[in-house]
Design a protein around this ligand. Structure first.
Ligand code: 8IG
Length: 280
């Protein structure tokens, strides 16, 4: 009886669910991918610029991935060959504000790492607290404030064979990858990304608070995926594409404008992703 309970708990671990999804992934698109790129709202146009698309399946074909509910995500999982790297491009993500638990939010990132990816590039659309970094500016994420009140390292201790939960986040965003991006695009700005639960955008008072806390960018994604990826030993990079100045700094915020701005910046962000993944 006791054994049965334990083995059920073991099977139920989010890490095991990711391993199961990784087997399905490798069956569908082939093994040997080295890099995963998660595309945020409005970034879908970047996928084709990375290389030759050799596989294209719905993200929801992976067990445990719920359908995305947010406009601006393709919902596709692509395998792209750049010449030097084999890249999994995730055209969408699941957010806390959609009502998903933290393990669901980080499931695709854990899955691509279980499938063999050692580098994870997280992209998003976000607000900027820095007036000089206006709409259309990509900002390299150098560090983060996880203000979601959640962590992918909460819950039962990771099962045997996985690192313990108390992972070091000193170099969460890889200094090596940041240097590569800055070498390729010396005018690139860096910033601290504050990740909130979201749903609604912030109030101006909340933006003042976030500025005091050291935030340069604000959004509703990325921070949990970054922690989950680093915990599993991946090298992590992040790029926030500013689509609006944060609340109280300009007019009112609308998701439609967000998507328009993102589409206009495709070439620069494709070049940035290529620099991060070491592609020609
Ligand atoms: I795009 O101003 C985008 N996403 N929290 N605040 C938050 N998320 C965002 C914002 C913003 N803009």
């Amino acid at each position: 009886m006791v054994t049965l309970v334990c083995s059920t708990a073991r099977m139920d671990s989010p890490f095991d669910r990711a391993a199961t999804a990784a087997k399905v992934l490798n069956n569908r698109v082939g093994t040997g991918s080295d890099v995963a790129v998660v595309l945020g709202s409005g970034w879908a146009g970047a996928a084709g610029g990375l290389g030759e698309i050799v596989a294209d399946v719905p993200l929801t074909d992976l067990p445990g991935v719920p359908a995305p509910t947010v406009a601006g995500h393709s919902g596709r999982l692509l395998r792209v060959e750049t010449g030097s790297r084999s890249v999994l491009v995730l055209g969408g993500r699941n957010h806390l504000y959609e009502g998903h638990p933290v393990d669901t939010v980080v499931h695709t990132v854990r899955t691509v790492i279980a499938a063999g990816c050692r580098t994870v590039v997280l992209t998003n659309a976000c607000g900027s607290l820095v007036r000089e970094n206006g709409p259309g500016t990509p900002v390299l994420i150098c560090d983060q404030l996880n203000l979601t009140g959640r962590s992918p390292m909460s819950g039962p201790e990771p099962p045997p064979g996985f690192p313990g939960r108390f992972c070091d986040l000193t170099d969460l965003y890889s200094p090596r990858l940041r240097a590569a991006a800055l070498a390729a695009d010396p005018s690139l700005r860096e910033g601290v990304y504050a990740g909130l639960l979201g749903g609604a955008y912030e109030t101006p008072a909340e933006i003042s608070m976030l500025r005091t806390l050291g935030a340069d960018l604000v959004g509703m994604s990325t921070v949990l995926e970054a922690i989950a990826a680093r915990h599993l030993g991946a090298e992590v990079a992040g790029i926030g594409l500013v689509t609006n100045l944060a609340a109280g700094m300009a007019g009112v915020l609308s998701h439609g404008e967000v998507l328009d701005v993102a589409r206009g910046s495709t070439d620069r962000i494709v070049a940035l992703i290529n620099a991060l993944i070491g592609a020609p």
